[in-house]
Design a protein around this ligand. Structure first.
Ligand SMILES: *Cc1c(COP(=O)(O)O)cnc(C)c1O
Length: 407
């Protein structure tokens, strides 16, 4: 990655001294992914030090091998994987990592390969059918950690994960009792939905876990509170993560489980959002619509399909003196769906040839790029400057005000 400076014809600046404006000056014709390893390290250190249990990284949020290696170096030893391709990726990138196969619906072949070839011992499930599948595929193994996924509310989250997976509370007793028979360690897991805007989401979920444990009267060894930890976006400024951790710690302490029980979490977004941003070029302006060179089939899937608003910043040698106005974006493909409604606030005199940095795309952004319509090629440059917003600075400067638009 260190040679990418040359790809843009920039003078060989030492890593870390490059400014976004210098990159724009080289006038790249393709989008540029700006990665900030220091921001991902800071996020990982925060979880490792402050979360009152073990933090697994949810690989789907951003499976970049560079990111995986730096999370590992920062102390993240466990990885939440959802497919056999993710299992193989972690096995070859981080051979000593512990993998937890937390997708509750798996191919039997995937379970078998994960168990016998990649030493995976932890699996989740939400039905008796899946339990039987795991027992069959592992040949009745006696060293399994099995986590039963309970359905919880996604009401406090921006992205629901409530309708697809999770056993209903009234199915939990039978499922916990059967799983206890097959498991060496028995866990309960849940996911409150992505970008949970209040710690209350975890409090309510923990109450469901408590009820399930009491009703089934089983010994539970692992409580896994899943992902859902938020990042900062325009119009979405959550309370500090410490408030989430405090609620989870209190909920965990009050569960009827043994002192040796473990608490786990599986952050994806919170560990990766600040890792990457994107520098795009405006190719055309039509009124309040900007035609940019990345979009719904690139790193802006969430901006297009769920109307997510990312922070934006005009990158120009001489700053604009016009006031901001609201724009929407069109991406580069020939498809009308390649549209990001925003609103994105940018100076009123923005036009073709201008560059815009779009922030907070390290989670579910850069990872979702396709090559549809011949677009999708990007250059990657490592930066040492601050991401456009952060959840990990001093509370005073959590959001850099000049960069983040709030409506
Ligand atoms: C997607 C997912 C995560 C990560 O969720 P975030 O909201 O990105 O933290 C964790 N666990 C499971 C099972 C998931 O499906």
């Amino acid at each position: 990655m260190h040679n990418h400076h040359n790809a843009l014809g920039l003078a060989a600046a030492p890593i870390g001294s490059t400014q976004v404006a210098d990159i724009a000056k080289a006038r790249p014709a393709q989008p540029v992914t700006l990665i900030r390893p220091h921001a991902a390290r800071r996020a990982a250190r925060f979880f490792i030090e402050a979360f009152p249990g073990r933090s697994l990284y949810a690989v789907k949020a951003n499976p970049s091998p560079d990111l995986l290696r730096l999370l590992w170096e920062s102390g993240v030893t466990h990885y939440d994987v959802a497919s056999i391709a993710e299992v193989r990726l972690i096995a070859r990138t981080l051979p000593d990592a512990v993998q937890c196969f937390m997708h509750p619906v798996k191919a039997e072949e995937a379970i078998e390969e994960a168990y016998f070839q990649h030493n995976v011992r932890t699996f989740s499930l939400d039905t008796l059918d899946e339990l039987e599948k795991i027992v069959r595929a592992t040949n009745g193994a006696s060293d399994l950690n099995l986590c039963v996924r309970i359905r919880v509310s996604s009401d406090h989250s921006k992205l629901s994960l409530a309708s697809k997976f999770g056993a209903e509370p009234d199915e939990m007793k039978a499922l916990l009792l059967a799983t206890r028979q097959a498991a060496d360690a028995l866990g309960i897991c849940f996911h409150v939905g992505s970008q949970a805007m209040t710690p209350a989401a975890y409090h309510e979920a923990m109450e469901r876990v408590r009820a399930a444990i009491v009703e089934a009267a089983v010994t539970v060894d692992i409580v896994d509170v899943g992902g859902g930890f938020p990042s900062v976006y325009p119009g979405m400024e959550p309370p500090p993560l410490q408030a989430y951790f405090d609620v989870i710690a209190r909920g965990f302490e009050s569960l009827p489980i043994s002192y040796s029980a473990e608490l786990w979490c599986e952050p994806g977004r919170a560990l990766s959002a600040e890792y990457a941003s994107l520098l795009v070029r405006v190719e055309k302006r039509r009124g309040d619509q900007l035609y940019i060179n990345d979009g719904a089939y690139g790193a802006l899937f969430d901006a297009a399909h769920i109307g997510w608003r990312f922070p934006v910043k005009l990158v120009r040698a001489v700053p604009s003196e016009t006031r901001d106005m609201a724009f929407s974006f069109y991406g580069p493909t020939c498809d009308d769906l390649d549209h990001m409604a925003g609103p994105f606030l940018l100076p009123a005199d923005i036009g073709p040839g201008d560059y815009v940095e779009i922030g907070m795309l390290g989670a579910y952004g850069c990872a979702m790029r396709t090559a549809f319509n011949g677009f999708g090629a990007v250059t990657t440059i490592e930066m040492a400057d601050e991401p456009m917003a952060t959840l990990y600075g001093d509370s005073e400067e959590r959001v850099a005000p000049s960069h983040v638009v709030t409506l």
